[in-house]
Write a protein that binds this ligand. Structure first.
Ligand SMILES: O=C(CO)[C@H](O)[C@H](O)COP(=O)(O)O
Ligand SMILES: [Co+2]
Length: 215
């Protein structure tokens, strides 16, 4: 399975957003990862629908919208209209996850579920067949530039086993602290979508950084 690289725009220079979007267009990256934080589900506020629309006006690759917000159902259509092709919602923020996933699919987007580091992946057993991807958080959501949590490797292996046993097509996405030091090991464990924010945008050669993790 070809690895998908999704640079997280959260680590871009917001005063030079068009320049940074064009840099990603020109690179070997596959998607744009768009982190939406509401200051309630997570203790930080990032940006919302107008900025997503602005990114989409220049982006030549699909937008993967990671909703770190309470009540995501209320905003699914707005993010789809803003350009989202993939949408992930947090299992911890969804009381009726099955309904939320069906709504994302009805909008014609890839449906993903994001899982916090403390949340057991066993909670995905009855929904995994409906998912296009699972976003395993390898940091506590809310901030870029945090240290990768090593326990993630065990979670990837257990989730891969569940996916194979259930015959699901879901891909495993890793979000948080991804860099050239752990990318190969993450892919070997079963991940096939890597999100990377600080590692890409704070690198003195972002395009080369992307090439190094596109394994
Ligand atoms: O969802 C996120 C944080 O909640 C970000 O996507 C993630 O932190 C990526 O940033 P970095 O690569 O700098 O860790
Ligand atoms: Co994210």
């Amino acid at each position: 399975m070809k690895t998908i690289i999704a640079p997280s725009v959260l680590a871009a220079d917001f005063a030079n957003l068009q320049r940074d979007v064009e840099m990603i267009n020109d690179s070997q990256a596959d998607w744009f990862h768009i982190d939406i934080m509401d200051g309630a589900f997570v203790p930080n506020i990032s940006f919302g629908i107008p900025v997503t629309e602005a990114i989409n006006r220049h982006a030549k690759k699909p937008l993967d919208v990671h909703l770190m917000i309470n009540n995501p159902d209320q905003y699914l259509e707005a993010f789809k209209n803003a350009g989202a092709e993939m949408i992930s919602v947090h299992i911890e923020a969804c009381t009726h996850l099955h309904r939320t996933i069906q709504k994302i699919k009805e909008l014609g987007c890839w449906a993903g579920v994001a899982v916090n580091p403390h949340t057991s992946i066993t909670l995905l057993e009855d929904i995994i067949e409906d998912l296009d991807y699972v976003c395993l958080m390898s940091v506590n959501p809310g901030f870029g530039g945090q240290k990768f949590i090593e326990k993630t490797y065990d979670k990837i292996r257990a989730l891969k086993k569940m996916i194979d046993e259930k015959g699901s097509k879901a891909r495993i996405q890793i979000d948080g602290g991804v860099d050239e030091g752990n990318a190969a090991k993450l892919i070997e464990a079963g991940a096939s979508i890597l999100v990377a924010g600080s590692y890409v945008f704070k690198n003195e050669n972002p395009k080369l950084a992307i090439e190094k993790i596109k394994i």
